[in-house]
Design a protein around this ligand. Sequence first.
Ligand code: M6R
Length: 621
Amino acid sequence: MCGIVGYVGNQQVVPVVIEGLRRLEYRGYDSAGIAVVNRDHEMQVRRASGKLRNLEEVIRENPISGEYGLGHTRWATHGRPTEENAHPHRSGDGRVVVVHNGIIENYLELKRDLQARGHVFKSETDTEVVAHLIQKHQQLDPQADLETAFRRSLNEVRGIYALVAMSADEPEKIVAARLGPPVVVGLGDGEYFVASDIPAILPHTRNIFFLGDGEIACLAKDGVRVTDLEGNEIKPQVQRITWDPIQAEKGGYKHFMLKEIYEQPRAVRDTTQSRISLDTGQVFLDEMKITEAEFRNFTDIKIAACGTAWHAALVAKYLIEELARLPVEVDYASEFRYRNPILTPTTLMMVISQSGETADTLAALREGKEKGCKTLAICNVQGAMMTREADGTIYTHAGPEIGVASTKAFTSQIVAAYLLAMYLAQVRGALNEEKLKWHAQHLSELPVKIEKLLNSDTDYEELSRAFVLSTDFLYLGRGINFPIALEGALKLKEISYIHAEGYAAGEMKHGPNALIDSRLPVVVINTLDPNDEKSRLRYEKTISNIQEVKARDGIVVAIVTEGDKDTREVASFTIQVPPSSELLSPVLSAIPLQLMAYHIAVRRGCDVDQPRNLAKSVTVE
Ligand code: M6R
């Protein structure tokens, strides 16, 4: 979603803010802007629609400078992505500016009140009301400083926000507030930063804290003060970021997405490492406020998630039901609240989220809490909102994921779910030590298999050449591979803009086969674990589905296990993955689909890391 960067200190603010915004580009945006106050206490605002380079061009033509300021990249919600709607937004007198991520739900009501008082609005956005509200409170009480007027304005606002404001009349001061979308404050030496995500400020400082919901930070040259909406002082929990800023850079790869695909052996290893014992098969979960007895007594699990994380949740259902024999229900987080879910005190409410900030998923988590459930998050981002609100978190340790299309976060979510399934099986006595050891062994071999897969000589260039002009794709999978079909289709559509559908292979004959003709590529996931009876059955049935596609002239691209013969005979293209147990095969099958989507999108000239209309973390419902 939108990106925010603010700075108070001795450096020239424009390069700090622009560079910070560039590091947030991955979040997705369609316009950008910056406001800087100069030595003469003039508020200078520059904005442009489109990418940051357009804003830089505007600044080149009309330079600005100063030592405090803020910038924003906007992902349009209210109003088109034009220059007028780009942030920062000004108060009527132009002395105050505001940038905002989120939605002000009562903005129309507030706008009408302000218009009745004579305020004139220049944009179609909800954000602009906040700048006018601050001005209103300063007019009502001329003694009120920016922080006070900001606090009073927030008390009138309904919605979700990361809001940052500054005034030309209060030098070297920035105020920021959070209710929903993340706000991170960076503590430097005589300089302070505020941003919507850590990479923006990482080159300057590693000492950071996240604002909590309902908290306000006031950054000045002599320090940062945090208060609540009533003005009571709060001690922030400062943390030191240990990951390397290099991890948030491309490291020689053409795109973040490609880099992140290649980081999967490391990501999966880090997720597993130090959590399983190969000697005993025991799983150790991170410290959490859910006791072993509670894990033993859960009667069911609900998982809510969105997008790729929802696909990981579908895989998690297979894993938990198979290993721990505990019923699992998976919901789209955006639907969860609209169906009166049956939650009991012995239901474990789980969420899966890369960012830990997705508004729909957070709402589902809160719903679970309200209904008295214990809550557990599988999350990648340290300190994210969900990790703070859930009773327990299993971190995926995938490292920062910058590409909008989720890759390494997905496979490490599956691995985290596998660990949870093993843990549940262990505490509930559903698997004996021998079986647990067997699973631990297979998990520990997974990173090497991923490495092998990534080093294979599959010709993705050839595949991308063959399909660059395709307009539709069908992805099919059965059993635990069905969610991978959904994920493969999502990956392709989000970065290449080719229409793609994922289907349970057995469902094809109930409608989608009407689509099959000689122009339709059908990607079928058909790996085989010969030692698993269910896998063999699934494999054979899927071959029949492939025959059905072939009989209608469809083009079959099959994901198969090394050494496969039967699928190979009927498919037009095959991609091999190393042999693995049935339950771990989704991790391996997902990777060629990521690579295929990537190469097709690159050949089509698409912006792979920042696909149109998409945002990295969706903090609006
Ligand atoms: O941060 P989250 O995992 O909660 O995000 C959920 C979805 O928005 C996300 O997975 C989205 O579908 C990705 N663009 C998929 O690649």
